[in-house]
Design a protein around this ligand. Structure first.
Ligand code: FAD
Length: 495
């Protein structure tokens, strides 16, 4: 009797406890992906994530075929699809790796109970986190609301997270697996079941994504190696500069489970052991590992606060007086990268073109939306959800509530980013702005972050006519900052 390996957001063969356990049981293995966007509640994957998922599933099908397994793709209710496949194959066990989003936790519980009630072995495993949310608790048994004590508790945890698992050596398919409905084998041109999921956009906007990313486990491994070789040693400072490739860009790979945090963790430790921790390398490695910690913290907060993606964690903020925006004029300008504030616009264009945005710039565009435009953070969160290839319910909510000042360990509301100062500090040469806003590339670096302040002759020499080649600022930065602070005072008084 075969075992089913139910694939979720764990699109890899290495360090895969569910696949490992299925193989170790000595049974033939049937890997199955059930596309069930409805089970994610209001947060079914957005456009960029769907594009990624399509290519990642294709890469996984190829990798599985290389180990003699056939990926089966089904669509609809997870439990119904698994039950059907159990009937078709005679499987007696199902293994999967857990997800931690509230809707997915519910779906896990329902599936596990129903399978067990039908006499099927049902085992879930941890592939996605160093520490599962319920294993890290404050002294009084609650969840952490601040990152630093959370991360300290994680680092103290014994035993430490296990070393990553290898790809199972002996994987066998049951006879006739490739004749099952939904079988996918890209090497032999069999991709109908994958194509039928309709994950690729109808109007092809994905050129920039194709040019930037290689979804799948192999692509994830290459990213990690390149980062370790080229950027880890200088990460502490390099990570703040959006014009340079100073960060790992592993986020979409981590989100889709093409690589796991245990693998990243171990690779960094090995690198440190080989090269030592002198020259600031140790500090850089610690900073990088703490970013993996922020990913864990986000999952922890979401697990303990299921309304986190939709409602401010600090309830005071529910009464925040947002600005009216008839016809989404302001929101639309922000989404299109036409606010007239170069660092904001450059970030929004990087996002739209590549499906990713540098973390420093995410904070700046977020602050601009929530504070200078005074539009709800949920509107920014929704746009990121649709356009980011790393859109992750936990990390995206954490990022937006951090920006809005309403979340766990959030930025204080009164600290409003000044996008001109941020640009001068972190993109001093204006190279990032020039890359994403070619209309401003002719300006001297010192004017690229505030072209409206440049002398008329400088603008003319660079061929820039404001209002034609590049917009005037949508709002006055100083006035809008003051309006935001006044709005904040209002909710503080109301509390
Ligand atoms: P690196 O600097 O190389 O960090 C390594 C890994 O650590 C990342 O891949 C990521 O998994 C994790 N990480 C780093 N910073 C954070 C963080 N602040 N919070 C949680 N995890 C982190 N990250 C997402 O993965 N998905 C999102 O949907 C998302 N939305 C965000 C929204 C806003 C408004 C903000 C301010 C941040 C958001 N982030 C999100 C966090 C962060 O911007 C990205 O994780 C990071 O830019 C990814 O690039 P990287 O892989 O090169 O990061």
């Amino acid at each position: 009797h075969p075992a089913l390996y139910w694939i979720r957001r764990d699109l890899r063969l290495a360090d895969n406890p569910a696949l490992h356990a299925a193989a170790r049981s000595g049974r033939p293995v049937v890997p199955v992906y059930v596309h069930a966007p409805d089970e994610a509640g209001a947060w079914a994957p957005g456009g960029a994530s769907q594009w990624w998922l399509h290519h990642s599933l294709q890469a996984l099908a190829e990798a599985l075929a290389g180990h003699g397994l056939t990926l089966i793709i089904r669509h609809g209710d997870s439990l119904a699809a698994l039950t059907e496949l159990i009937a078709e194959t005679g499987a007696t066990a199902v293994h999967w790796n857990r997800l931690y989003e509230p809707a997915q936790v519910q779906s896990d519980i329902r599936v596990k109970q129903a399978l067990k009630a039908n006499g099927i072995e049902a085992h879930s495993h941890n592939a996605a986190l160093l520490h599962e949310p319920w294993t890290i608790q404050t002294g009084s048994g609650g969840d952490y609301k601040a990152f630093t004590p959370f991360w300290r508790a994680c680092r103290r945890q014994q035993p430490e997270p296990p070393a990553p698992l290898p790809i199972p050596a002996a994987l066998t398919a049951p006879a006739g697996a490739d004749a099952l409905p939904g079988a996918v084998d890209p090497g032999r041109g069999r991709t109908a079941a994958l194509d039928a999921l309709g994950l690729l956009p109808r109007v092809d906007w994905a050129e920039g994504l194709r040019a930037t990313w290689q979804p799948g486990e192999a692509g994830a491994g290459q990213r990690l190696s390149a980062f370790l070789d080229q950027a880890l040693a200088g990460y502490h400072d390099g990570r703040e500069q959006p014009a340079v490739a100073g960060t790992s860009r592993l986020s979409p790979h981590l989100h889709h489970g093409e690589i796991g945090p245990r693998q990243v963790w171990q690779a960094v430790q090995i690198r440190l052991a080989e090269h030592g921790s002198a020259d600031g390398r140790g500090e850089s490695a610690e900073t990088f590992l703490s970013e993996i910690g922020w990913r864990e913290f986000a999952q922890h907060v979401l697990y303990h606060h299921p309304a986190f993606p939709d409602e401010p964690l600090n309830p005071q903020f529910a009464a925040f007086p947002w600005q009216d925006d008839p016809g989404d004029q302001l929101l639309g300008a922000w989404q299109r990268g036409e606010t007239g504030i170069p660092l904001v616009d450059a970030g929004m264009r990087e996002l739209y073109a590549t499906g990713w945005m540098h973390n420093r710039v995410r904070m700046v565009v977020g602050s601009f939306l929530v504070k200078n435009l005074r539009l709800p953070w949920q509107a920014g969160e929704a746009w990121f959800w649709d356009t980011l290839v790393d859109a992750d319910l936990a990390s995206n909510s954490l990022g937006w509530q951090w920006v809005a000042g309403s979340g766990a360990d959030a930025a204080p509301f009164f600290r409003v980013f000044n996008p001109i100062r941020q640009g001068e500090r972190f993109d001093a040469e204006g190279a990032y702005v020039a890359r994403w806003l070619p209309a401003l590339a002719g300006l001297p670096a010192k004017h690229r972050h505030a072209p409206w302040q440049a002398p008329a002759a400088t603008l003319a020499a660079a061929g820039v006519t404001l209002g034609i080649d590049y917009p005037h600022p949508l709002v006055d930065l100083k006035e809008s900052r003051q309006a935001a602070l006044a709005a904040f005072e209002q909710i503080k008084k109301g509390a």
